[in-house]
Ligand binder design. Structure first.
Ligand SMILES: [Cu+2]
Length: 285
């Protein structure tokens, strides 16, 4: 009897811990657009793909929790009921058809239950809907540059991290950049991603976007931000010693502000040779 109690106590403790972590993670939901101290959940999602990723993540956490508890319960039963003292003469059974079919079929069903939402989500990420805006993001060592095609004004600019000593209040360390990538709210933004030198990765957690930037290759992804605000991401492919210092700083604004920014950006960045070259290319087309 004493053994039985000792066997179940860890199970109850573990269950309590899991419940506590669940409550804590809900209470500590991360801030919008950037990580928070003591954050243990995903950042708050603001795109349809992001919501899909978050709910798929939650579904998987529940699934693995239930599987772990089930396996733990089986172990507890074995420890308690089939130890040498409780069960001195063990059974010599080697086959049980029903059990063997069950432990083959049940995992297959679990994998199907994972695969269906997983493939659906992959499709949503990969099949880019009709876009409103295209932005080309290029990874450089160690900063990002953004290019807006001719229909948006045809300009290109570089986005460098703001050094820690020059941060203004509210600007997060290692995440704020001098020139932000600006996009309109509730519009499908098609992001073309490439790199100028080595592998980088364009990742914005709250958009559910993460895609490799490969020299000589154009990768594409998309997002539709549902709310205005500033969203931060980082290069997510180890690219060299400046890797932590090339943040992605996206500002989502309403349509009027976007139009105003385009006008202003066109003038500001046209001064660079690249901007002029793009403009010329656009005129020739
Ligand atoms: Cu990097």
């Amino acid at each position: 009897m004493r053994i039985e109690r000792a066997g179940f106590r860890p199970a109850i403790t573990m269950l309590a811990a899991i419940v506590a972590i669940g409550i804590a993670s809900t209470a500590m939901a991360a801030g919008i657009g950037q990580p928070e101290e003591w954050q243990i959940d995903l950042q708050q999602m603001v795109t349809p793909v992001g919501h899909g990723i978050a709910s798929f993540h939650t579904w998987l956490v529940w699934l693995i929790t239930l599987i772990s508890l089930f396996v733990l319960a089986l172990l507890a039963v074995i420890v308690v009921r089939f130890n040498e003292r409780a069960n001195p003469t063990p059974s010599r059974t080697t086959h049980n058809t029903l059990l063997e079919v069950a432990w083959t079929v049940v995992p297959v069903l679990i994998l199907i239950a994972i695969a269906i939402p997983s493939f659906r989500l992959l499709r949503e990420q990969l099949v880019i809907p009709a876009h409103d805006v295209v932005v080309k993001a290029t990874g450089n060592s160690w900063y990002w540059s953004y290019e807006y095609p001719a229909d948006q004004g045809g300009f290109r600019f570089e986005s460098n991290m703001i050094p820690e000593t020059e941060l203004k209040p509210g600007q997060p360390r290692l995440l704020a950049a001098d020139n932000e990538m600006v996009v309109p709210v509730n519009k499908v933004v098609r992001v073309q991603v490439t790199a100028a030198d080595v592998l980088h990765n364009f990742a914005v957690p709250s958009f559910g976007v993460r895609i490799d930037a490969v020299p000589g290759r154009l990768n594409e992804t998309w997002f539709r931000a549902e709310r205005e605000g500033i969203y931060y991401g980082q290069c997510s492919e180890l690219c060299g010693n400046g890797h932590p210092y090339m943040p992605i700083n996206v500002r989502v604004v309403n349509e009027q502000d976007y139009a105003a920014w385009l006008t202003q950006a066109k003038q500001k960045f046209a001064r660079s040779g690249d901007g002029r070259a793009l403009q010329l290319a656009a005129n020739q087309q």
